[in-house]
Design a protein. Structure first.
Length: 434
């Protein structure tokens, strides 16, 4: 009996080892086959590049290098920036407790990357700037959702939740055929919440974007300036009616929304990222969240009792958690400008100095506006021909020239991938690219 027992034991051990070896071999084959991620660029087939409504042939207003004209366009075109449970069981925003997210570096030649530009628009808005980018940005597909006049190809369940509704709708409709990199943006070309060093211009954001940075990080906010939104913007776990900020109407509603969106996870002590719901993601990061979760989140917008604007504002400070697992994502401004857009001033001190000059130009602009108001109130008195007006005009011209010269140097520095990496403290070796 003991001989047969030993033989059975040996056979059992051999069988177990054979099964384990087969499993390991299958795992290695799966890893090297590249099937961890969806198919490559050739599979990108958005439901439609451009919506069937709102097509505009109006000429673009280009501000060029004139900062005064940039600011005027921003003033006239800005609008309000309303912007899975088992995957996000994270007790705090401690980076060591992030969910297991797939690598976002995919073996794709950066020149052949597909880019989708998803825009949330109203029928009255001019999105010609986005269409014009097709001629300057390789492999770019503008996908424009007209929320108040949707086309058959770009449908949304309901016009609610501001940009969150078309953003989620695009992901759901194209989940299996997403681009390598997807940008989610508003329709206006010039607005205060775009980047100062890029002329507050949405087109420049797209033109200067570094897709390699997006692939490395998976998720990145397109706004470099931290205020408003960072740091410690919303306090869902502790806010009360007495402590709530009137300018943050969503803050009182985030806790309940969080319970519904991410059931079983702690209410955040704080939520922060730069405003105003414009960001870029890699395909791998978008697909790290199951399709069913996106559908559930969109259903929440459809069914919530919160009003349109508040529902959108809730999502404005939830996106970063959905895709990074962190309550706060507030990168340094100079790092954002340099690594994401190639505007490298040389370091944080140099960037801060440029920003102070830019603020000085805005002060001079406000003083100029005051003089114009005074001139209108005192016709015939030559206010705009006086010495103060001449001084302000000369100071503005001088400061504009300095700012533009320093920005051109920063852009030139950013064209060198080695210098770009050195400025932000990222390891780099020959052949790494950007």
């Amino acid at each position: 009996m003991s001989i047969f027992a030993n033989t059975a034991t040996i056979g059992s051990r051999f069988a177990r080892r054979w099964v384990i070896a087969c499993v390991l071999l299958l795992g290695v084959f799966y890893f090297i086959s590249g099937d961890r991620f969806p198919s490559k660029a050739s599979s990108f087939r958005p439901s439609s590049w451009v919506g069937g409504h709102g097509t505009s042939t109006a000429p673009l207003r280009i501000a060029g290098d004139n900062l005064e004209e940039h600011d005027e366009l921003v003033k006239t075109q800005e609008i309000n920036c309303f912007s899975s449970t088992d995957t996000h069981q994270i007790p705090t925003s401690d980076p060591t407790l992030l969910p297991s997210l797939p690598s976002t570096i995919e073996p794709t030649d950066s020149k052949n990357l597909t880019l989708a530009l998803v825009i949330a628009s109203l029928a009255e808005e001019n999105t010609a700037w986005a269409r014009a980018l097709i001629s300057t940005v390789p492999n770019l597909a503008p996908i424009i959702y007209i929320v108040d006049a949707p086309s058959d190809a770009l449908l949304i369940p309901v016009n609610k939740g501001h940009e969150a509704m078309p953003y989620l709708s695009h992901i759901i409709a194209n989940y299996d055929t997403l681009a390598d990199v997807t940008l989610f943006m508003h329709a206006h070309q010039y607005t205060w919440h775009n980047n100062d060093a890029l002329g507050s211009d949405s087109a420049q954001i797209v033109q200067h974007l570094n897709p390699s940075k997006v692939l490395r990080d998976g998720y990145t906010n397109l706004r470099c300036h931290l205020d408003p939104g960072c740091p410690a913007h919303l306090h869902p776990a502790s806010v009360t009616a007495e402590t709530a900020d009137i300018n943050r109407p969503e803050e009182l509603h985030v806790a309940q929304a969080w319970r519904e969106l991410f059931p079983g996870t702690p209410i955040p002590e704080v939520l922060s990222q730069p405003c105003c719901a414009q960001f870029a993601l890699s395909r791998a990061r978008l697909r790290s969240v199951p399709l069913a979760e996106y559908v559930r989140h969109r259903d929440w917008i459809v069914n919530t009792q919160l009003e349109d604007a508040v529902a959108g504002r809730v999502w404005e400070y939830v996106w970063q958690y959905l895709w990074t697992g962190q309550w706060e994502v507030c990168p340094e401004e100079h790092v954002c400008y340099c690594d994401l857009y190639g505007v490298c001033f040389g370091g944080e001190e140099e960037y801060d100095a440029w920003l102070e000059k830019r603020k000085g130009l805005k002060v001079l602009g406000a003083q100029w506006d005051e003089l114009r108001t005074e001139d209108e109130a005192k016709p015939g008195q030559g206010v705009m021909e006086g010495q103060r007006a001449k001084d302000i005009k000369a100071q503005r011209a001088e400061l504009e020239a300095v700012l533009e010269a320093e920005k051109k140097v920063a852009l030139a520095r950013g064209k060198d991938p080695r210098l770009r990496a050195a400025e932000i403290g990222r390891a780099w070796k020959d052949g790494d690219g950007f």
